[in-house]
Design a protein around this ligand. Structure first.
Ligand code: CTP
Length: 206
């Protein structure tokens, strides 16, 4: 069986992880390279009301079902198909749907907190941290959350100050030390992107 390479892309909210992951993936076929997001594994909270769910801390490691993600990554490495959960940011809950994910030679794993968990970290062959200034990140997040995640301006500001910023300082920023590569400016750093594309290309040629 061919070996699977797992490339982790971490970084603060709004840093450009998704852009970088998508641009890297676009250079390859769906059979060779897939993207998995830690965000898909946010826990379900059917026991709570919508209002209660909006008040949870989504920037703490416990907000994610990381054990399921680890299990899925191990299965993909064994050449097995998995069914990943689907998360709704507008409902603050899992939808109950699943998406079939077939194994691939290269898995790009993306998320704010992926370097924080030791077992998850140890599955990665290459760890990339996207390092973008905090002012740029919050501006991007504000626009995205209002436009794409159905949030109000007030709720984004409240959440940022109450949980996102303190948890970033406690968990995300310190996890940068585990990175093999640190990429400034996120998805718009063409030189870094080209280096990653070349690395993946040579992995696939092996
Ligand atoms: N989050 C939220 N509401 C939820 C679940 C998560 O607002 N119900 C937020 C968390 O506060 C966390 C963020 O989602 O900070 C994680 O996604 P983020 O990293 O911002 O988005 P990506 O597209 O993965 O990354 P990037 O912005 O770097 O492209």
């Amino acid at each position: 069986m061919q070996q699977t390479t797992i490339i982790g892309i971490a970084g603060g909210t709004g840093s450009g992880k998704t852009t970088l992951a998508k641009k890297l993936k676009t250079a390859f076929s769906d059979e060779d390279v897939i993207i998995l997001c830690h965000d898909y594994y946010y826990r379900a909270h059917d026991e709570l009301s919508y209002e209660e769910r909006t008040r949870l801390d989504y920037d703490h490691p416990d907000a994610f079902e990381t054990t399921l993600l680890i299990d899925h990554l191990k299965k993909l490495r064994q050449g097995k198909t998995i069914y990943r959960p689907v998360y709704s940011f507008s409902d603050y809950n899992r939808t109950g749907d699943v998406v079939e994910v077939k194994p691939a030679r290269v898995i790009i794993l993306e998320g704010i907190m992926i370097f924080e968990d030791r077992a998850l970290r140890e599955l990665m062959d290459m760890k990339v941290f996207v390092d973008t200034d905090a002012d740029v990140r919050i501006l991007r997040r504000l626009v995205r959350d209002v436009k794409e995640r159905g949030r109000s301006l007030d709720s984004v500001v409240r959440q940022y100050l109450e949980t996102v910023k303190p948890m970033h300082e406690q968990f995300v920023e310190p996890s940068k030390k585990y990175a093999d590569i640190i990429i400034p400016r996120g998805g718009h750093n063409q030189v870094a992107l080209n280096m990653l594309i070349n690395r993946v290309r040579s992995l696939l040629d092996e």
